[in-house]
Design a protein around this ligand. Structure first.
Ligand code: NAD
Length: 279
């Protein structure tokens, strides 16, 4: 079975559009991009387009590559204080001279629709409610919407980054999976993947996962975004793994669209929370 993230994301966006209309709210998302990297600009455009599709108002701040950490933090604080703004997204990666951690920590946790603030990461690890990172949350939605059992399953997460691998492991633990996290220093990666019911690869290494590494019938989620000879591909050798896996996400058209759909859902959640009277 091919797990069609593109189709699923469209369904989710349609449902969200109705929810926003029914709630009679008008969520606002602000994006900040620094510099002119074409890839980052494309992602931001896609996010604004999704906003338009569901009825989220969006504004985009474009800052010069030469902008400094303090300048960015000042902009973030202005957005934090703006009652019209529900969500703030800082497009990563930031230029190397900017302290990304400081900038992400400046975002109000209530408006942190990327779920990268340590407050939200702490809530996730503690199993408390909060905004959770879009890519791993989108993957959980794929698993649940395709009825792939997670509770009791052995899930192997490849990658331990703060935006994908670590929150992915936490979400799976919170959903009662048995989780193994592998990374660049793991020796004999295939030993772990061969014993997995679910393999989630977020390494950014083309053809890292081959058919011999997958237990027949297992679910394979490919987070990787790689360019080989100008062609977009994931971490998984798709054609060969398709023969053994029970379910698999393609690249493109798998995890990527669900990341954007989840960003829209997080913005809606942030807007709904902002409407609730303070306790
Ligand atoms: P990262 O570079 O921060 O982390 C990569 C992780 O993979 C590291 O923890 C590293 O230890 C591990 N790794 C690298 N080589 C390995 C190997 N040979 N064996 C085992 N582990 C290995 O990257 P990231 O931000 O976590 O992103 C990972 C990939 O996912 C990238 O290709 C990125 O472009 C992609 N990505 C896709 C989406 C999406 O929406 N589809 C979102 C975020 C990231």
């Amino acid at each position: 079975m091919i797990l069609d993230g593109r189709a699923l994301s469209q369904q989710r966006l349609e449902i969200l559009k109705e929810k926003i209309q029914e709630a009679g709210i008008s969520p606002h998302l602000a994006t900040i991009i620094v510099g002119s990297d074409p890839g980052s600009r494309m992602y931001v455009r896609m996010k604004h387009k999704a906003c338009e599709q569901v009825g989220i108002h969006s504004i985009g701040l474009e800052l010069l590559e030469s902008s400094l950490t303090d300048e960015l933090i000042r902009r973030v604080r202005m957005l934090n204080e703006d009652p019209d703004i529900d969500g703030i997204l800082i497009q990563l990666p930031l230029p190397v001279h900017i302290d990304s951690h400081q900038v992400l920590e400046a975002v109000s946790p209530a408006k942190d629709v990327d779920g990268f603030h340590t407050h939200n990461i702490g809530s996730l690890v503690a199993g408390m409610p909060g905004l959770t990172p879009c890519t791993p949350t989108g993957i959980m939605t794929i698993l649940s919407d395709y009825h792939i059992p997670v509770a009791g399953a052995h899930a192997v997460v490849i990658g331990r980054s703060i935006d994908v691998g670590k929150p992915m492991a936490s979400l799976l633990i919170n959903a009662d999976a048995t989780v193994t996290v592998c990374h660049s220093k793991t020796s004999d990666l295939s030993y772990y993947t061969r014993h997995a019911d679910i393999v989630i690869s977020a390494a950014g290494r083309p053809k890292l996962i081959t058919a011999g590494m997958i237990r027949p019938g297992a679910t394979v989620i490919d987070v990787g975004i790689n360019h080989v000879d100008g062609v977009l591909c994931g971490d998984v050798d798709f054609e060969s793994v398709l023969e053994v896996a029970g379910a698999i996400t393609p690249v493109p058209g798998g995890v990527g669209p669900m990341t954007i759909a989840t960003l829209m859902e997080n913005t809606y959640r942030a807007a709904m929370d902002a409407c609730r009277p303070a306790q």
